[in-house]
Design a protein around this ligand. Structure first.
Ligand code: CMP
Length: 136
């Protein structure tokens, strides 16, 4: 039975700044994702705070929001069978040091903060995050 899902992916400021967006998008396409929606934007800090609200009690919350709003990002809706888990595999572990060979974060991530991409961690959060960027 097919299980087509959508997930939200963000190409973060460190990757956009290094002009890696087309390269990262081509990895998703090669892995069978359809990029259903896409936009390049620069968030205000208040929007980054809303986006990462689930992390508001974490010690890294302030820096995280500061960082996500520090430069342009590319937000995308990716579609594929089991898109949420597939995207997380392709991204690799949050900390590039721990990411598997061949993953996006292993190849391009600089640090746990500048880890080049974000991906929704569950179907429920994917819906919320897609709605955050692409309210039609
Ligand atoms: P992301 O998948 O976008 O979700 C939250 C982000 O917080 C995460 O990627 C990291 O870039 C960042 N972060 C910074 N410090 C930590 C930490 N100790 N644990 C998890 N995420 C962290």
């Amino acid at each position: 039975m097919s299980n087509i899902e959508q997930t939200l992916s963000i190409i973060k400021p460190d990757a956009v700044e290094r002009n890696l967006d087309e390269k990262i998008k081509s990895i998703f396409v090669k892995e069978g994702f359809k990029i259903v929606k896409e936009k390049k934007i620069k968030l205000e800090k208040i929007d980054a705070e809303k986006f990462y609200k689930v992390h508001e009690t974490k010690p890294f919350y302030y820096d995280l929001c500061e960082y996500l709003s520090s430069g342009p990002i590319v937000a995308m809706v990716l579609e594929k069978e089991n898109a949420v888990s597939s995207n997380r595999q392709i991204m690799g572990a949050t900390d590039p040091k721990n990411a598997n060979e061949g993953t996006i974060r292993k190849q391009y991530g600089i640090s746990i903060d500048k880890n080049s991409v974000h991906g929704s961690d569950s179907i429920e959060n994917a819906k919320k995050e897609i709605n955050f960027f692409f309210k039609d």
